[in-house]
Design a protein around this ligand. Structure first.
Ligand code: KIV
Ligand code: ZN
Length: 515
């Protein structure tokens, strides 16, 4: 008999706590639709009390998704819980996830609360949450460094108050598998009302053990794992969704549970998250890395040709590596384009946005014979499904680069609607281009990261560039795609600058001094 393992995806909440990974409302809706297609059980869409924008994002996801439960995080205070409750109201199935820290160090130094007060506050928060939904989850933040007796006490109290899922986070990634599994086993045994809830885990990857710790907990009886696509998340990230799902599925001999995930959606969703957040996937990343199914050594290649299972424990096509999916070509019309976007779960906000995207598609199709799904995702990502109301736009770019000569860039930008042009030199064409842009914009931002990836294969592939900028303590990522990587670089730089000037401020749920 196989139990269900609930997959709780927190890419859009914990993943969003990665530097520069903040997502707009429309980007969240696109990711949420991809997670829904993947049949994720619970989608944590954000932290509604963080800012009005975050509230709107959770609400928009709650309105758009029907097949997955939509969840908002809330600290254990009345305002947060009520904001979460309002944000999830339109959901077909909505959850409030409230948390408070339970480790001695967090209670004393961060919350400045006595353990009794923490229990009372947790119980109050769960009761407020139950005014909005029966589906209430409670997390004991930093449970991985909390005392077991105290964990038993607070868990018993919040279950009595109405929590239906109890999550045990290893917030700082401190635990090791056999010990973390034992914590779960003891909690399930010792908490008197433990059979009334689903036990969940949420592991961080500071020691590279997030997936191993989560799986140890599953073996001990946890039936929900909180995880993120590509392992994105605060600091070293969270347990990676694709690794959890494929470990449990591949080792059915070890695990007595399975997920309902459609694993063929894993790679497309990984690519979408990477493209939207600007966090590239390392080539040797398990399951979703470009080399995860590449056999380099002759002996391995020979073995796989003779009998695939000699060196492969999973099939590439089962996780969505069906090679690049040919989408459209030069002769495809507006209707085919619109239908394809719908298939990809992309809903454009207006006819104007569709027309603008179709015009960009035609330009791309002139340069590139075959357009793949990934190209379309990048194309839409350029100004989001709402259309473009950015401060800075690229009007013209000319690069002169020749061996023995100093590269030179001529750039024309639109700045708040008016055109400005300039020229600049640099140590390479990208440097010259960024210097030219900077001499118009004067942002003073620090460039933290510049990376280029090919979206698909072949020398006519689009290059996708990520630029990470920092200014006054804020970090933003920008993306740009084009068959010309200097143009892609300029677009990425401008995209990051537009995010910097949009100036949206938000709270980090775990950085606050008190509840
Ligand atoms: O890591 C953590 O403890 C969290 C909680 C808010 C669940 O992200
Ligand atoms: Zn976390």
């Amino acid at each position: 008999m196989t139990d269900t393992l609930i997959i709780f995806d927190t890419t859009m909440r914990d993943g969003e706590q990665s530097p520069g990974a903040a997502m707009s409302r429309d980007e969240k809706v696109r990711i949420a639709r991809a997670l829904e297609r993947m049949r994720v059980n619970v989608i944590e869409a954000g932290f509604a009390a963080a800012s009005p924008g975050d509230f709107e994002s959770v609400r928009a996801v709650a309105e758009s998704v029907r097949e997955s439960t939509i969840c908002s995080l809330a600290r254990a205070n009345e305002n947060d819980v009520r904001r979460a409750g309002e944000a999830i109201r339109p959901a077909a199935s909505g959850r409030i996830h409230t948390f408070i820290a339970t480790s001695p160090i967090h209670m004393e130094k961060k919350l400045r609360m006595a353990p009794d007060q923490v229990v009372e506050q947790a119980v109050r928060a769960v009761k407020w949450a139950r005014e909005y939904t029966d589906d209430v989850e409670f997390s004991a933040e930093d449970a991985g460094r909390s005392e077991l007796d105290f964990l038993c006490r607070i868990c018993t109290a919040v279950i009595d108050a109405g929590a239906r899922t109890i999550n045990i986070p290893d917030t700082v990634g401190y635990n090791v598998p056999h010990q973390f599994g034992s914590v779960l086993r003891q909690l399930i045994e010792r908490v008197p009302n433990s059979d009334k809830v689903v036990w969940s885990v949420h592991c961080h990857n500071d020691l590279g053990l997030a997936v191993a710790n989560s799986l140890a907990a599953v073996l001990a009886g946890a039936r929900q794992v909180e995880c993120t696509v590509n392992g994105l998340g605060e600091r070293a990230g969270n347990a990676s969704l694709e690794e959890i799902v494929m470990a449990v599925r591949t080792r059915r001999d070890v695990f007595t549970c399975d997920t309902r995930i459609d694993s063929t959606q894993i790679v497309p969703t990984s690519k979408l998250v990477s493209q939207i957040t600007g966090y590239p996937v390392q080539p040797n990343k398990a399951v979703v890395g470009a080399n995860a199914f590449a056999h380099e050594s002759g002996i391995h290649q020979d073995g796989v040709l003779k009998h695939r299972e000699t060196y492969e424990i999973m099939r590439a096509e089962d996780v969505g590596w069906s090679t690049n999916r040919l989408s459209l070509g030069k002769l495809s019309g507006r209707n085919a384009f619109k239908t394809k976007l719908q298939e990809l779960g992309i809903a454009l906000a207006s006819e104007e946005a569709l027309n603008a995207a179709f015009a960009r598609f035609k330009v791309l199709a002139d340069k590139k014979r075959e357009i793949f799904d990934e190209d379309l995702q990048a194309l839409i990502g350029e100004d989001g499904p709402q259309g473009n109301d950015d401060r800075y736009g690229l009007v013209y770019l000319r690069i002169h680069s020749e061996t023995g000569e100093v590269p030179q860039a001529s750039v024309t930008l639109s700045v708040g609607g008016a055109e400005q042009a300039t020229q600049s030199q640099g140590s390479g064409p990208v440097d010259a281009c960024f210097r030219a842009i900077e001499s118009i914009v004067h942002s003073g931002a620090e460039l933290l990261l510049y990376s280029v990836n090919a979206i698909t294969t072949g020398t006519d592939a689009q290059g996708e560039v990520t630029v990470r900028l920092a200014k006054d303590g804020r970090v933003v990522n920008g993306q740009g795609a084009d068959t010309d990587i200097i143009v892609a670089s300029a677009k990425a730089y401008l995209n990051a600058l537009n995010r910097l000037v949009s100036g949206v401020e938000r709270l980090n749920p775990q950085a606050e001094e008190t509840v």
